[in-house]
Write a protein that binds this ligand. Sequence first.
Ligand code: F6P
Length: 319
Amino acid sequence: MRTIGILTSGGDAPGMNAAIRSVVRTAASLNIEVVGITRGYAGLIQGDFRRLNTSSVSDIIHRGGTILLTARSEEFRTKAGRAIALENLYREGIEGLVVVGGDGSLSGAVHLAKKGMPVIGIPGTIDNDIAGTDYTIGFDTAVNTALNAISSIRDTATSHERIFIIEVMGRHSGQIALASGIAGGAESILVPEYPVDYDRVVERLENARRLGKLHSIIVIAEGAGSAMDVNKEISKRTKLESRVTILGHIQRGGPPTAFDVILASRMGAMAVKLLASGVTNRMVGLVDNKLVDLEIESVLKEKKQINPDLYRLADVLAL
Ligand code: F6P
């Protein structure tokens, strides 16, 4: 294999740059050239390519976002769009492709693989909602960003003896809410995987007051409902004073944690080695701290579950 391409697609995630760097430098060590594709599948259709060498990726390891930019492409969802993308890959002499992104990006990779383009996927999304890997790139950073925010909010919550409802990202997944909620000592964690039980939420708040707690923190994943609605419900049912903070895209930016940089570096190197050895249509994953590769389609068919032990632990520790 002489030339491979790399693109980042979907929502950006801290650590994507470290993955790009690892792909480029591992490829260089194997005498393989790398073409960077700008704006994910949108750039693939537009033929927006640039050669990347080891110096193009210097000084990016610590930066959030992605130097290749990212996008969600509607055109790539069409047969015609995908045909153009494939043609552009062949015209550029690209013999293998690394796709870094979430589930939508990985299903795009499957389409290309089925048309004969060797493709390896790297799970990059703050949501950590991809089966077949314990962690996706960006999750650890997002959790730590949320945790820092929760700790800051806790100070003001205590001073004013208030309840804070903090909404974190996760359209279909409560992974960020669960991890940051446990680490932040939340009284209640609301996730899309389980129905919201307002009786239980209120019972916990009142119990916390009885025990002399000056504040309470509720962490809610955006997919579980709106923090505003939770706030209204609490005001309706109790006399406690509450406020809402929606963390939003702050969770997607910032320098990646050491964990995410190391994860991205390991996954990037593995992706190149798989392509170089003729493997295709696989996603790199991390299971029990060991790198694995799995068929992308089977990974996408599976729904990653919330760890029930962690969920129960959160409940016990919040008392
Ligand atoms: O998939 C990552 C994610 O950050 C989700 O948690 C969130 O719901 C979504 O992307 C937001 O997407 P956008 O930046 O396009 O609004």
